[in-house]
Design a protein around this ligand. Sequence first.
Ligand SMILES: [Zn+2]
Length: 276
Amino acid sequence: MSLEGGKITELAPGVRRLLAPNPSMMTGPGTNTYLLGNKEIAVIDPGPALPKHIDAIQEFAGGPIKWIFVTHTHPDHSPASAILAEATGADQYGRMPPQGRHQDQSFAPDHILADCDVFETGEFSLQAIHTPGHASNHLCYLHQGEHFLITGDHIINGSTVVIDPPDGSMGDYLRSLERLRSMSIAAILPGHGEVIDDPQEAVDWLINHRLQRESKIVAALEQQPDSTSRELVPLVYEDVHPKLYELAEHSLLAHLIRLEEESLATMENGRWRLVG
Ligand SMILES: [Zn+2]
C-alpha cells in the first residue's frame, strides 16, 4: 500500500482511501479522504477545497455520493464538503464549526451528530464518537463491520498533533484517548499517514508521550518558576527544532491549562508557577 496522491487504495472491501494533494509540515503526506460503500458512497473528510481533489473523489467514487462525514472543521479536513455536497446533493454530517481561528465556517452540517449516534446504510454502519481535544467538535467514526476507527486528527500516523487552546484542550484530549482504550478497534485509519495496525499500542504511546511531556513541564517550573509559556518551550521541547517552537508553545500552553485545571499550577500576568 502506498500513500500517493491521486491514487485510490482499497483497505478492505468497501473501504477505500484517496490522498489529497496537500502535503505540508502540518499535513504530512496530505489529508486522507476515505470512501465507504460500493453501491452508494459515503465520503469521510473530503479535505481542502482543491478542485483537483474534489474531481478525484467523484471520479473514483464509482457510485452516487450520498453522504459526507466530517471529523472536524480545520481547513485541511472540511472545506471540500460544501462544494461536494452542492455538486452531488449529498447530505453533510458532523458538528458545527466553533468560532475562532483555523475553523472552516463554510461547513454547515445537515445532520449534527451526537456522541454514539449510529448511521446505517444497507452496506455498512458507522458510529460517531465525540473526541474533543485537538478540536472541540472532533468526531471519530467507527466502521462497525470492520472495527476500523477513522480518527481524523485525533490520532495521526507519523507525528503527534498540536493541541491549540482555547478550542484545543489537553484535558479533553487525554480523556478522549483514554476512552478508546476500552473499545474494540482492529485498525486506525488516520487523517494523515498510513493505517495504524496496533491501535491499543498507539493509544498507550500517545497517552504516555503526553504525560511525559507534562512531567517535563512540571520539572521546568520547579527549576524556573514564574516563567511564561514561551520561556518554557526550549526547556521542555529540547528534542524539537527551534523552527517548531511556536507550534510547540500551543501544546505547552494546553498542558499548563490542564495543570491549572488539576490545581497543580497557577498563572498570573502570563507567568506560571506550581501550586504548593
Ligand atoms: Zn485538525
